[in-house]
Each structure stands twice: as C-alpha cells, then as structure tokens.
Design a binder for this molecule. Structure first.
Ligand code: B1M
Length: 211
C-alpha cells in the first residue's frame, strides 16, 4: 500500500522521478487510478498553488510540479483508458484562449475517453474561432471548455455567444470546468453543465446525453 501523501509531497517538491516511481508503485499495488490523481497528484498541486499564492513558490516551482504531474499521468493513462465500453458520445474539449493550464483538462479528457466518449482534444490556448470550427467539423454531442484563470473564464462565454450567433447553440451541449469555475458561473454564461473534477465530468456528460 503506497501512502498517497508521499505522492503529494513528491509533486510539491517537483520531483518527477519520485512522482513517477510512487505512481507506478501505487498502481502496481492496486490503488484506483482516480484515487491516485485526486488524493495524491491533485492534492500535491493544491499545496503548490497555495505556496505560489503566499509567495513561497515561484513560476519555476509550478512548472516543475506540472512536469512531474504530467509524467505521472502518462503512467496512469493506459489504465484510465482501458475500456470495453462502446462509444456513447463525441466530445470536443480544450483550454480556452490565454490559458496555458492543461493538466486538469487532460485529466478530464482521459476520464471521458476511459468511459466510452470519443474525445477530440484541441489542447490549450484555444481561440474562440477554433472551438467554433471544430464544432462545425466534428459535430460533437458535447463541447467542453476548461479555464484555470479568473481572467480567462469569460472566454467560455464568448464561445457560447459565438455558437448562438451562428445558430449552432442548440446543436451541441456545453460543459465547463476548471478551478475558478462554479455552477453559478456556468449558469450565468448559459452553459448546460458544470463539473468540479474529472470524476464528476463523466456522469455530467452522460446526463447531458440522457445516458
Ligand atoms: Co498557474 N495559476 N499560472 N501555472 N497554476 C493557478 C491556476 C493559480 C490558482 C495559482 C495560485 O495563484 N494559487 C493562479 C490563478 C489565479 C487566478 O486566476 N485565480 C495561477 C497563476 C496566477 C498563473 C500565472 C498567471 C503565473 C504567472 O505567470 N505569474 C501563469 C498564467 C499562464 C497562463 O495560463 N497564461 C501560470 C502558469 C502556470 C504553469 C504554466 C507554470 C503551470 C501550468 C502547466 C500546465 O498546465 N501545463 C501552472 C500550474 C501547475 C498551476 C497550479 C499550481 C496547478 C494547476 C493544476 O494543474 N492542478 C494552479 C494552482 C491550483 O490549481 N491549485 C495554478 C491540477 C489539476 C488536476 O487540477 O487544473 O484544477 P485542475 O483540474 C481539475 C478541475 O479543475 C476540473 O477537473 C480537473 C481534474 O480533476 N476541471 C474540469 C478542469 N477543467 C475542467 C473542464 C471540465 C470539467 C472539469 O469540463 C470541460
């Protein structure tokens, strides 16, 4: 049994090698990958965020933690994606323009593809027009947008307005998320759903499709 607080500490220390080693051990010991993410990796990231807020950490510390977390997610990806579930819907997802945070969006995308959704990941810093073009081209059931900065949250509203302007709002369901995003904000901008984390994004997307 791997103590997941050690994993949080490895993320906090930006120690990629240790993070990968502990993630591999936890997985090998049968720990649920979702638990490894929330109780180990994400918990560590929360500490990094707090330390950045209070001036104890700087940008390079966040970058090192991010690299460690990305490496750990690569270890977890195959088990999160192992599924015999037939495709239940198509999702286009991305982090909005101006925002370089993609770890949480990647977690959500991996959870969705591991739970039977066909996912088209547009990456990070995605301009409004790219979301629109992809909705036109891929005709997804769901459009997912992630924002980690209070300054980039309004871009999600711009995408929804752009969909309205071209008469495509009713052809796609919109789900939003990211640390500063709330259910109230989702309601305010006219999104169809909000999910607090990757685990909750799966039932939220299923619900949007009535499945
Ligand atoms: Co930045 N950063 N960062 N950062 N960073 C935050 C977000 C911050 C809260 C840190 C802090 O001050 N405490 C703060 C934002 C303040 C605010 O706006 N309120 C901040 C800041 C200020 C900045 C810069 C401005 C710093 C600077 O340059 N001075 C800068 C901005 C760059 C930009 O985007 N333009 C910046 C840069 C960076 C790095 C590049 C160094 C790096 C990101 C690397 C990367 O993603 N590739 C980074 C990191 C690592 C963080 C923290 C520490 C961790 C984010 C993370 O990956 N968490 C973060 C502090 C924090 O969040 N506590 C912080 C782990 C991840 C699994 O969780 O992303 O929340 P999260 O995703 C969750 C849920 O939110 C949800 O599910 C996910 C999985 O469970 N979710 C969705 C996410 N998207 C969803 C979509 C959905 C549904 C659910 O539906 C579609």
């Amino acid at each position: 049994m791997v103590d997941l607080s050690l994993l949080s500490q490895a993320i906090d220390g930006g120690d990629r090698e240790k993070t990968v080693q502990l993630t591999t051990e936890a997985l090998g010991a049968g720990t649920n990958p979702q638990e490894i993410i929330t109780q180990g990796l994400q918990a560590g990231m929360a500490v990094v965020g707090e330390k950045f807020s209070n001036g104890e950490y700087f940008l390079p510390d966040m970058l090192m933690a991010a690299r460690a977390m990305k490496a750990a997610l690569e270890v977890l990806k195959p088990s999160l994606e192992e599924t015999g579930i037939p495709t239940i819907g198509k999702v286009v997802i991305g982090t909005v323009e101006g925002d370089m945070h993609d770890i949480g969006k990647n977690v959500v995308a991996t959870f969705l593809s591991g739970n039977g959704f066909e996912v088209f990941d547009l990456g990070l810093n995605v301009p409004v027009q790219n979301f629109i073009d992809e909705v036109k081209e891929k005709k997804p059931d769901i459009l997912g947008m992630s924002a980690l900065l209070t300054t980039t949250m309004p871009v999600m509203s711009k995408v929804i307005k752009a969909l309205e302007e071209i008469g495509m709002r009713s052809s796609v369901k919109v789900i939003v998320g990211g640390a500063p995003v709330t259910q109230d904000y989702a309601n305010y901008i006219g999104a169809d759903a909000y999910a607090h984390d990757g685990g909750k994004a799966v039932p939220a997307c299923r619900k949007l499709l009535g499945k």
